[in-house]
Design a protein around this ligand. Sequence first.
Ligand code: FCB
Length: 434
Amino acid sequence: MAVAAGFPTTWQTLLPAQPVTFPPDFLWGVASSAFQAEGGDVPNDWVAAARKGRVPPNPGNGFWEQAEEDLRLVAALGLRHYRLSVEWSRVEPERGRFDEAALDRYRAICDAARSVGITPWVNLFHFTHPCWLAERGGLLDPANHADFLRYVEHTGRALAGHATHFHVSNESMVYVLSSYLLGQNPPFVRDRELAFTMTRHVLALHAAAYGVLKGLVPSPTVATIEVYLDPRPADPESSHQCTSARRFDAWYHGTLLRALVTGCIELPGREPEEIPGLAGALDLYGFNYYSSLSFGERGVGSYTDRPQAPKDEMGRHVFPRGLEEGLLRVAAALPRVPLVVTENGCPTSDETFRIRYIAAHLAALARARGSGADVRGYFHWTAVDNYEWHRGFAGGGFGLIGFDSKTKARTPKRSALWLEAAIKRCGFAPQDVP
Ligand code: FCB
């Protein structure tokens, strides 16, 4: 893990001084998730938690009803790839009963994407569980793993031929972290040992689901998606902070990257475990990135020591170097596996901020490519402003496109037009950034 030195505090030090270029075949896309865009009264554990006031309610942004329009808007911006996900509780509202009408809608969305020249990338699990699964103990109970694989197989079969790119799960390690270690997301568990058990389970489920998806006809491209958290001590001189950041990194990034290479899961205090099919169970690595995670005096994520650096409306500092170094690290750990940045973006109501954020991260991505990382594309999070897990729809959104909460009418933002121009020109010059 790299140790922070000279944390940049102005946009001037964050933005590129040279033109930034991408090859003509670079993949430009947007990413979204089913529940965050569709919302609605679906039978999942987030809706149940919202009813209890533990998370904000989610009316959705209208994607379920008007995906076709969103896809046309996105295509018009020159974006040719769309990461969406399937809401498990829609397609399997009761254990073992699949709702073919819901699957038809997802098929129609994939077809609508392809009809406007967009490749759909379908993710099958993005944090939400059907209530029936949550009530049975979720994926923590190995007895329920067959349910997950049945859902993957049924949905994969339903969508094969309509989509050629799949992901088993979004950010498995964040799912473990937020739901089982920090207790922030359903089922709100805070238990280190259970978090290690879940780490084992999500990796084993990834391997098994990868095998299921690769067996589909036609066989799709199957990628992982993990967010790079870039843990760093807030004060590199503090040995306590360095140790905490290093320990976290060893579990969060280390376990995952090693397991994908060796097929063996190594967790603190446990016997290493070989998982059949895990070694090399990815055709492509989906790399999400937002900011660096600081280990400071006031705990994890506290950035009080860097008050001047630009930060988004969720208080996260803009730190593109974490993207560059993370891409190089993953590229070195997984040689021959192509990488795609599958999420990057920021919550803001300031369009100049968003454009600068995108420009700074695209420049970091280009630097990583220049240093040899095989990064094939950039997916912005997200297309249309959507539900953010603990913020709901409050404040500035992550979208390139805004919407009217009453009419659901969409309006591309200034950042969308900026990105469109960058895509057209295969890059941008320093003077193009406001
Ligand atoms: C990512 C999540 C995604 C969204 C963005 C802002 O870590 O995958 O669902 O909330 O953060």
